[in-house]
Design a protein around this ligand. Structure first.
Ligand SMILES: [Fe+2]
Length: 151
C-alpha cells in the first residue's frame, strides 16, 4: 500500500476512535476508548517520526520547517495524553481535555495531508512509496502488539 494511503487510513482510524469516545456511555467505556486513542496516537507519531519524515527529508530539506512543526504538534499531543492518563473521567476537565486532544489531532491531520503527504507523493517514486507503506504497516504492527512501556 502506498505510504500516503497508509497514513490517511491511520488518521481515519483515529478519527473513528474519537467518534467512539463521543458516543461512549459512562466513564469506564470512555477510559477504555481513551486508552485505545493514546496507544494508536503514540504508535502513529512514532512511525511518522521514525520512517515517514526521514524518507521525505532524504529527498529534500525544503520541508524541514513543516516537519519540525509536525513534531512539535506530536509533542503537545503526547503531553495531553500523559495528563489524561493520570486523570479520572469524573474530573470536570477530562472531557474538555480529550476535546482539545481531538482538535490538536485534527490540526496534525490537516497540516500533514495538505503539506507533507503531497510532497511524499511528488518526491518519492511509486515503488519507494510502496516500500515505505509496507515499512509503516510492519512497524505499526510491531509497536501495536508490544506491551506498553509507558510514555
Ligand atoms: Fe499523521
Amino acid at each position: 500500500m502506498d505510504a500516503s494511503a497508509v497514513i490517511v487510513e491511520a488518521h481515519a482510524q483515529l478519527e473513528r476512535l474519537f467518534a467512539a469516545y463521543e458516543g461512549a456511555d459512562g466513564g469506564a467505556a470512555r477510559v477504555r476508548i481513551f486508552d485505545a486513542i493514546a496507544c494508536a496516537l503514540g504508535v502513529h507519531e512514532t512511525v511518522e517520526g521514525d520512517l515517514l519524515y526521514p524518507a521525505l527529508q532524504a529527498q529534500t530539506s525544503r520541508y524541514d520547517g513543516d516537519i519540525r512543526r509536525q513534531l512539535e504538534q506530536a509533542h503537545l499531543l503526547d503531553l495531553l495524553a500523559v495528563e489524561l492518563a493520570a486523570m479520572v473521567p469524573a474530573d470536570p476537565r477530562y472531557d474538555a481535555k480529550v476535546q482539545v486532544l481531538q482538535q490538536l489531532f485534527r490540526l496534525h491531520v490537516r497540516d500533514e495531508e495538505a503539506l507533507i503527504l503531497p510532497e511524499v507523493r511528488r518526491r518519492l517514486s511509486p515503488s519507494d512509496r510502496e516500500a515505505l507503506g509496507r515499512s509503516l504497516l510492519e512497524r505499526t504492527r510491531q509497536l501495536t502488539n508490544r506491551p506498553r512501556g509507558g510514555w
